[in-house]
Design a protein. Structure first.
Length: 496
């Protein structure tokens, strides 16, 4: 018998909606708290920059129980994704669980002797109240708090009429028209904004990056959708995984020359297709050594604009502002009217007490999460959407279905505390020693091991069907409809 719980879901983005749906479906009472005035997280219109679109194709960027509309393009726009999430929330009654304009000021263990947490909730008017919950799902994800950058001289730069803003605040193309725009960062948002600034009539556009990195075009070779190359199990198997047996390691060594040739071929193709040599943007790192969640999609038009000088690429970082210029770490001066900081977001759970944060995050920033979802030393608490990937919505969906069963003690492979700790230590060693690229974003990235991660979750859940076989299982990208069937094959239950 599973007792109904009052569950607090923190965040109403992709992950929060997935968690709310999973817990409500199992018979729990759910409250979603969202500090903004709208749902959607990064897809909330107020946080979206012009012409934003997904990095993942629409059949990968969806929940298992609702496809995106057929009329949507292969890579949906920001407004389309927001409309999809809004429709999802209304369709499953999640909108009735929402408390918008409500932020979590703090949390502590309940003092009434019952398991769970007491949350200090603040509304938009500043009033704070405390409320007890039996379980808390943290769904704030990795794109929650914009990262700032303070440099000497910025006050004078602003006083002279200059503007400094985070990429999440670049939501009006008029900001660029007739002005000198400098974008700091190498992510897709940085290249998207640089291209948009050119299209919007900027006087000059400069992008500043620390280093040259590999970017993947939507169509590799101009013909093949990248999902059919980089999202398949066959390609994933070319990367050594965690906990590999001696036989698996031997097999990988034997296949190493073929694997090496595969990656060198892809690099050569990208150099030609994107004209990397002409743009002076050939990365030093081997492509396979850096595949993780920070590998961006190539913004259409970006490399041609760099090649013909419409976008100037500078390598380094901001050192300080001087008058109406930005001085780079190497001494180069760039005249600027607008500085856009496309430098990402802060990782963290600031409302969690310090003693518990120490159990969650190691000194080097690596998160201690079993399956990237739960920590054995943080009872009645779980994390959805922290298992970042190239198919974020599907990852959050599966994590939410895993978490509710974990919370209810209904996993087919319900782990013991010791099993969780041992697995966490093994994974931390893998990320720190065996594959350093896996340590980005606090180690909260499953790419390129999508299938490996999904296989573990399906086995834990107890799905009778866990993966596709044959050629489809080897050479097709993850399929949300297939995972809906796998989830449906797991033992059924409901809190009562």
């Amino acid at each position: 018998m599973v007792s109904p719980k009052h569950v607090c879901v923190i965040g109403a983005g992709v992950s929060g909606l997935a968690a709310a749906k999973a817990f409500a479906t199992r018979g729990h009472r759910v409250t979603i708290v969202e500090r903004s005035t709208d749902l959607g997280g990064v897809w909330e219109p107020a946080r979206s920059y012009p012409e934003v679109q997904t990095q993942s194709p629409k059949d990968l960027y969806r929940y298992t129980d609702r496809a995106m509309p057929e009329a949507y393009p292969e890579w949906p726009t920001g407004p389309q994704v927001h409309a999809y999430l809004t429709d999802y929330a209304r369709g499953f009654g999640l909108d009735r669980m929402l408390r918008l304009g409500t932020s979590v000021a703090g949390m502590e263990r309940r003092t009434d002797g019952k398991p769970g947490w007491s949350l200090a909730l603040s509304n938009s008017g500043g009033a704070t109240s405390k409320e007890d919950f039996d379980f808390v799902a943290v769904c704030t994800g990795q794109f929650n708090e914009p990262r700032g950058l303070d440099c000497a001289g910025q006050d004078d730069f602003l006083a002279q009429g200059g503007q400094i803003l985070h990429s999440s605040k670049y939501n009006d193309p008029a900001l660029a028209k007739g002005r000198r725009v400098v974008v700091l960062g190498g992510s897709k948002s940085a290249t998207d904004i640089a291209v948009n600034a050119v299209k919007s009539g900027a006087r000059e556009v400069t992008i500043v990056m620390r280093e040259r990195i590999w970017r993947i075009p939507y169509f590799i070779g101009g013909l093949v959708n990248f999902k059919r190359i980089l999202y398949i199990r066959a390609q994933e198997d070319m990367f050594p995984g965690w906990g590999a047996s001696a036989m698996a390691r031997l097999t990988h060594r034997i296949a190493a020359p073929l694997v090496w040739a595969n990656w060198r071929g892809l690099e050569s193709l990208l150099k030609v297709q994107l004209k990397l040599k002409r743009c002076n943007m050939v990365p030093k790192e081997r492509i396979e050594d850096g595949v993780n969640c920070s590998v961006p999609i190539a913004t259409p038009g970006f490399y041609p604009m760099v090649a013909d000088g419409r976008i100037k690429a500078v390598f380094g970082s901001f050192d300080h502002y001087e008058g109406n210029s930005i001085v780079m770490s190497g001494g180069e001066r760039i005249a600027a009217d607008v500085a856009v900081l496309a430098i990402g977001y802060k990782l963290g759970v600031p409302f969690l007490p310090g003693a518990y944060q120490a159990k969650l995050v190691d000194a080097d920033g690596q998160y201690r999460l079993y399956r990237l979802i739960a920590n054995p030393d943080l009872p009645e608490l779980g994390f959805v959407g922290f298992n970042s990937s190239f198919c974020t919505v599907l990852c959050a969906d599966l994590a939410a279905n895993w978490l509710v069963r974990y919370a209810d003690g209904q996993l087919a492979r319900q782990p013991t505390t010791q099993q969780m700790r041992d697995s966490i230590e093994m994974m931390l060693h893998f990320k720190r020693v065996e594959r350093p690229a896996a340590s980005v974003y606090g180690g909260l990235c499953i790419a390129p091991y999508h299938y490996r991660h999904f296989d573990e979750l399906m086995a834990d859940i107890g799905a009778k069907e866990q993966k596709r076989g044959g050629l489809a299982g080897r050479f097709l990208p993850p399929d949300a409809d297939a995972y809906a069937k796998f989830l449906a094959s797991a033992p059924e239950y409901r809190a009562a």
